[in-house]
Every structure is written in structure tokens, then in C-alpha cells.
Design a protein around this ligand. Structure first.
Ligand SMILES: [Fe+2]
Length: 306
């Protein structure tokens, strides 16, 4: 059902500071700002990232995944509930840049927004920026229920597994659009941008240091599952960003899903085990609310959440 991973909506303490970070370090471009909400992109899609200023609730509001059209949304609720999801209101419109949307909570508490009709904008001037928003990685305790929800509810397909610690799932050519890792409580592990080549990751690391005087958390190196080169660091609010290059393509690379050993070499082909800072970073989930987010401006002809 899901055709691609869309974006993430993050609650941030200082909107201007968070936008500056995304612009200076990542190369994102702001396409629209409405009140305390900024929409940013790195291509011709209206947004690949939403930042919401909120001094009281740090966390993510939703993980957005795209479906083909309104018909797909119309038939989604029954399928999502049958797969263990809890609906958060009905189909609504009124969010800038997209047509309609529907929110659901996964069995482990993660909040997904299914949406259709992403608007296009003039692509930014050529520059040092990602090609697209690539994947989401969540922490969950109950793997069986979350995997069933991803597979039967959202329509993701199996890519790889590392024992009982992690699994990777795809909805298009990219090896993974969603990854899950085992952890005591549900949080976001990281969100990821795709870059065109390995050298890009070095330039990003230079900017993390030059623009914020910060060190990266892990990398650059290469993962086993997905075979992608990676670099991890914190954004302005402490959520973890992964920058990826060379992610395996399922059909093009004739990728064979497999069960990898639970060995550090699985997730770091070039070096040692992941640092504690990587393992312990988790960005919380903002208390879910049904329907259209309160910060999204509803036009006069909007369809109310039901
Ligand atoms: Fe990742």
C-alpha cells in the first residue's frame, strides 16, 4: 500500500535555530512557513521535513508515508486495524503541501501518517544537499506485532534481519524505508537522508563541525544490511540524523534478503561496534492526537477529521 517514505514532523524548541541547522548543515530549503511550522525540502517535493516550534513537548509528531491516491487512503483503516493499528481519527485535509491524510498508531506506539497528493515546487538551485528523505528507524520492544503491522498494515516487504535485534523493510526500490531495532521503550532511533555519493558525507561532517562545533556520533562507515555508507550525528534538538550513500536497490542489485548474525560487523563492515551514544539516543513520541495536527492550518473547505 505505501509507495514511498515521505517525511517526519519534529517538535523543536527553537524553530529558527532548527531551520538554520537544516539549511547550513544538510542543505535543506524552506518552502513555506505557517505560524510556528516550517516546511523544508531538498528536491521538487513541497516538503521532506516538517519542523514545529513547541517549547513544551520535544519529540516527533508523526512518521509520514505516502500512498498512491485517495482511494488507497479510503481503504486503509480496515487493513491497518486488522494488522493491530489504532486509528487516530479519520481522513482529513488541510495540511500545507499535501492532499489528504490519515493517522494510525502502531502496536508499539509509533505514530504513522499515511498521506497522498504531495505538491511539487520549483526544485532548489543545484547545491550540496540530499536527493531525498530516505528512511526512518524506530525502537520497539515487541518485534512480532510491529513487523506484522508494517507488513500487513502498511504493506512493507522484508529486506533483512539481524536476529532478534533489528529488521529492515522496503516499500520501493530502496533497501529500506523503515527499520526497527529492539529497545525497552518506543522512540525514534533516527531519520535519514539519501546522498549521491560517499564524498558528500565528508562534506556534511565538515559542516557539523564548522557550523555547530559538534562531533559526529558514528561513521563514516558501511552497514551490512542495505550495504549503505553512513554518518550519524545529532540535529539541533538531539534527534539523530543518518546521512546515507550507496543504499542497495532491491531489483537493480538483485538483493537477496537474509538473516545476518548478531555481530557488530553486521552493522559496521569497516570497523568496530557502535558507540554507546548511538545505541542510547532515542527521540520521544509526542502524545498522539487524532486527525489533523493542531498546528496545521485548515482551509475553509477542509474535510474535518471524523
Ligand atoms: Fe538507518
Amino acid at each position: 500500500m505505501v509507495t514511498r517514505v515521505g517525511h517526519i514532523a519534529l517538535h523543536v524548541a527553537d524553530l529558527d535555530a532548527a531551520v538554520d541547522f537544516q539549511q547550513q548543515v544538510i542543505g535543506m530549503v524552506e518552502t513555506e512557513r505557517v505560524g510556528n511550522v516550517s516546511y523544508l525540502t531538498c528536491n521538487d517535493r513541497h516538503h521532506e521535513l516538517i519542523l514545529v516550534e513547541d517549547a513544551t513537548s520535544r519529540g516527533y509528531e508523526h512518521l509520514a508515508v505516502e500512498v498512491a491516491d485517495g482511494a488507497a487512503l479510503d481503504g486503509a483503516a480496515r487493513r491497518l486495524e486488522a494488522a493491530g493499528g489504532r486509528m487516530l481519527g479519520g481522513i482529513y485535509d488541510g495540511e500545507p503541501g499535501i492532499d489528504r491524510a490519515l493517522k494510525v498508531q502502531s502496536p508499539n506506539g509509533h505514530v504513522y501518517k499515511l498521506f497522498c497528493g504531495m505538491e511539487t515546487v520549483d526544485a532548489p538551485e543545484p547545491g550540496d544537499r540530499p536527493t531525498h528523505f530516505e528512511h526512518l528507524s524506530t525502537k520497539v520492544w515487541n518485534f512480532r506485532s510491529e513487523e506484522r503491522f508494517l507488513r500487513e498494515g502498511l504493506g512493507f516487504r522484508f529486506s533483512d534481519r539481524m536476529g532478534f535485534l533489528a529488521s529492515w523493510w522496503h516499500c520501493d526500490e530502496d533497501h529500506h524505508g523503515i527499520a526497527i531495532t529492539r529497545a525497552p521503550r518506543p522512540e525514534l532511533s533516527h531519520y535519514a537522508y539519501a546522498w549521491s555519493d560517499f564524498a558528500s558525507l565528508g562534506r556534511v561532517a565538515d559542516r557539523v563541525l564548522a557550523a555547530r562545533n559538534k562531533k559526529c556520533i558514528w561513521g563514516p562507515s558501511r552497514h551490512g544490511p542495505g550495504n549503505n555508507q553512513f554518518l550519524y550525528f545529532h540535529d539541533e534538538d538531539g534527534a539523530m540524523i543518518e546521512c546515507c550513500a550507496d543504499l542497495a536497490q532491491m531489483q537493480r542489485d538483485h538483493y537477496q534478503p537474509r538473516n545476518w548474525s548478531m555481530h557488530p560487523g553486521t552493522i559496521n563492515q569497516w570497523g568496530g561496534p557502535p558507540p554507546l551514544k548511538f545505541l542510547l539516543t532515542g527521540f520521544p513520541i509526542v502524545e498522539p492526537t487524532p486527525g489533523r495536527p493542531s498546528w496545521a492550518i485548515a482551509p475553509a473547505n477542509a474535510v474535518a477529521a471524523v
